[in-house]
Design a protein. Sequence first.
Length: 261
Amino acid sequence: MDINQLFDVKDKVVLVTGGGRGIGLMIATGFVSAGAKVYISSRTATVCDKVAEELTSQGPGQCISIPADLSSLEECRRLAQELSKREDHLDVIVNNSGTNYNESVEDYPDDAFQKVLNLNLTRIFSLSQACLPLLKSKASADAPSRIINIGSIDGLRAPPQTTFAYSASKSGLHHLTRHLASVLADDHILCNTIAPGAFRSKMMKATLDAFEEVIKSKIPVGRIGTPEDIAGTVLFLSSRAGQYVTGATIVVDGGVLVSKL
């Protein structure tokens, strides 16, 4: 056993959606710091371009921006086509882009529900589907490709907020991942979900600004998640260390789901 190679992702080709902010940025930073070649994509081109430049300057890996509106089927397909012009394979796709909406059950609007389901679930399938030729290209039993979907602990519990579409979309994503894992194993593609708890992201900012101490008091380890927590989990799943894991949902929440509180 070569321990030095166990968590190695150097020179892997990776796509991280929503890689310009929050959890996506944490993940992209982890990959670049480990020497991978990372493509990031999100709707805001200025953010994507700036982050790519900053991460590449930090190295030792490389970060490249391909902005896209991932709520659009056509844009998902265009992103895959752009990747295929630059790369002959893709080792890892991290589907992290997502959105949320909070409203009472009586007033929750249909268009908001559909918007959340579309980006958080439907288009993750669409983009993964469009990237299959790249994922299959060099995948083998000894070097499988990976699809890593970013779910949520709110897909495993009824959350305290009235974010009905979000929790439904994340629960659906967890099961979609298991289904894909069962189908794509023969193509040497491993599919897993990470279900994060509280991290410092754009989506969590308002909640943390208002209730951080209350939230921390309900987390058994007593703190908010850090970039190392999420990046470390993704690097494990992307490396030789995680090569026997597929169809799993890995909870990274500091113990919230098992808390007695």
